[in-house]
Design a protein around this ligand. Structure first.
Ligand SMILES: C[S@@+](CC[C@H](N)C(=O)[O-])C[C@H]1O[C@@H](n2cnc3c(N)ncnc32)[C@H](O)[C@@H]1O
Length: 162
């Protein structure tokens, strides 16, 4: 598959799964966290779907389109392993993680700290959507929409009481 085809499938999968979360899944009270603001495309979609919630976006530097740039109080710049840890225990309703690079060695390094961080960010019953697999007992895997190929994205619900 060409990288163009793969890119199109990734974005389509993100949109379809975020729509599925908003339409079909129960979300607890709480904020939405966008881990990896990037250009702000998925942030823009999150705003359309969850505009009634606080949405906090994280990145090491601001590179988003002007129309997808959060207000200063909802934009957290710096290394996510450090900045997002400050939001641990605040029981986010939805954590969307999009910091995979496509390079196995870099993603393996990220996966040393990311699963443990996400478990501390999501509240009981909260939903986690990630481009990288997050293997933790606290995260119950959920089925993806039929349009999304297995392994493209990973969808979980944060178990209660763990
Ligand atoms: C694939 S892009 C996100 C794309 C975004 N979801 C969109 O729709 O435009 C990943 C972003 O995560 C950021 N990022 C990756 N790892 C990071 C880290 N450890 N700390 C801070 N930012 C990180 C990168 O700077 C990049 O902007």
């Amino acid at each position: 598959m060409s990288r163009l085809d793969s890119f199109i499938r990734r974005l389509t999968a993100q949109r379809d799964t975020l729509d599925h979360i908003a339409r079909d899944l129960d979300l607890p009270e709480g904020a939405v966290l966008e881990i990896g603001l990037g250009n702000g495309r998925t942030y823009s979609h999150l705003r359309e779907l969850f505009g009634d919630r606080r949405i906090v976006a994280f990145d090491r530097a601001l590179g988003a389109h002007k129309e997808s740039t959060p207000d200063a109080e909802n934009l957290v710049l710096g290394e996510i392993a450090e900045t997002a840890a400050r939001f641990a225990g605040r029981d986010a309703a939805l954590v969307h993680v999009d910091i995979g690079t496509g390079y196995d060695d870099r993603d393996a390094e990220t996966l040393r700290w990311l699963p443990g961080l996400v478990v501390r960010l999501a509240g009981p019953g909260g939903i986690v959507l990630s481009g990288l697999p997050l293997e933790r007992d606290e995260l119950q895997p959920l089925p993806l929409p039929a349009s999304v190929n297995p392994g493209r994205l990973y969808l979980y619900r944060r178990r209660s009481g763990q």
